[in-house]
Design a protein around this ligand. Structure first.
Ligand code: SAM
Ligand code: SF4
Ligand code: SF4
Length: 366
């Protein structure tokens, strides 16, 4: 019996025990805990209108002071606890994770972790790509496996409108190219489509990446915390996006009728790569949602749309072990019954035009 097994009360239901072999805990809707999104910073150098609109996230916005961010030591302990619970994949996110000073050192420590079944931990990162050209090599050397880059347009003017930053698209493309050259692959590009803003970019983005080995994934605009200007009418559904693409590029579904993870993937009929669709609003995938999220200040969130988290910091001191922390997460996970996206239309909103008050995306990570 391992330490965690000894700590679990003997009357815990068998499906909810932490097994020494690393079988993950299962929540109330029978969803195992499989991956962890770790936000390392809540700040960002972009002001994407759907995530951190400048009128809300202005110069005086109270971002976390660095003293309130988890230290690398705390993050590694946290990751160990999740590994003990059976997590096999960690995605580093933010805010913009590449703004966190010394991130390579954190990556190096996380890359040394093994999963409960003895495999190396899979380590990915989501970034806006602006600092990727400079950092891709050192991140790869530190042990990062792959990157996902967010890019909403090929056209500079549309990109500027969406990211609200004065930067050319070429800078992000340079980051993607460097990541590819150093082997941070397979690379995915995430695109958020907002009606009336960047649907003109759907075909140019597919044309640009077709045959390059980079898979483009279109994400429906979500009503997450931060997205103050969201409305249902601004959502272009995954289906609409696919139809626009199919007007020029015939696609074949990769997994017929079955959803694997969050994206529904298609391939070009000529074999020149894949396109994915993340229908978070029109085709919710709560039934297979196996993600835990931890914010930059150590709050555990069981759903992207959670209104509050569980503070893990008391277990991130020297007084508590990674095993004790794992037990805390375990007991929280087995209570989990979130399925916001499936219930979206029935959620009570605070008023006309106001969003359900969820944690902001830039704190908890996408
Ligand atoms: N800054 C990094 C980036 O942009 O890749 C990482 C953090 S960002 C919060 C993670 C992902 O969330 C990005 O792909 C972004 O496009 C997505 N995102 C943010 N707000 C969103 C929204 N309202 N709807 C859909 N996706 C959103
Ligand atoms: Fe920053 Fe990413 Fe949010 Fe854009 S989506 S504002 S890049 S955190
Ligand atoms: Fe998972 Fe919550 Fe999104 Fe549903 S709404 S897929 S439970 S994060």
């Amino acid at each position: 019996m391992n330490i965690i097994d000894q700590l679990i009360p003997a009357d815990t239901a068998p499906g909810h025990r932490i097994s020494g072999g690393g079988a993950p805990p299962v929540d109330r809707l029978n969803r195992p805990l499989r991956d962890l999104r770790l936000s390392v910073i809540d700040q960002c150098n972009f002001r994407c209108t759907y995530c951190m609109p400048r009128d809300t996230f202005g110069a005086d916005y109270p971002f976390l002071p660095s003293s309130e961010r988890l230290s690398f030591e705390q993050i590694v302990k946290l990751a160990k606890a999740f590994a003990l619970l059976g997590v096999e994949k960690i995605r580093i996110t933010g805010g913009e994770p590449l703004l966190r000073r010394g991130l390579e050192s954190l990556v190096e420590q996380l890359a040394k972790l093994t999963t409960a079944s003895g495999k190396p931990m899979e380590l990915a990162l989501t970034t806006n790509g602006s600092l990727l050209a400079a950092k891709a090599r050192s991140l790869r050397d530190a042990g990062l496996d792959r990157v996902t880059v967010s890019l909403d347009a090929v056209d500079d003017a549309v990109f500027r409108q969406m990211s609200d930053v004065d930067m050319p698209v070429s800078r992000i493309l340079e980051g993607i190219e460097t990541a590819r050259a150093v082997g941070l692959a397979p690379i995915k590009v995430n695109v958020v489509i907002e009606r009336g803003v960047n649907e003109s970019q759907i075909l140019p983005l597919v044309r640009l990446f077709k045959g390059s080995g980079v898979a483009v994934r279109f994400i429906e605009y979500m009503d997450v915390g931060g997205a103050g200007g969201w409305s249902n009418t601004k959502v272009i559904t995954a289906r609409e996006t696919r139809e626009i693409i199919e007007s020029e590029f015939p696609l074949i579904p990769i997994v017929m009728g079955q959803q694997m993870g969050t994206a529904v993937n298609y391939r070009h009929t000529d074999g020149a790569g894949e396109v994915g669709f993340i229908g978070s609003v029109s085709q919710p995938f709560c039934g297979s949602c196996s993600r835990a999220r931890v914010s930059a200040d150590g709050q555990f969130y069981s759903c992207l749309f959670a209104t509050h988290g569980t503070d893990l910091r008391p277990w991130l001191t020297d007084a508590a072990s990674a095993e004790q922390l794992a037990l805390t997460v375990h007991s929280r996970w087995i209570q989990r019954d979130d399925r916001y996206s499936e219930l979206r239309s029935t959620q009570r909103r605070p008023g006309p035009g106001k969003l359900y008050p969820t944690v902001r995306m830039s704190l908890v990570g996408g």
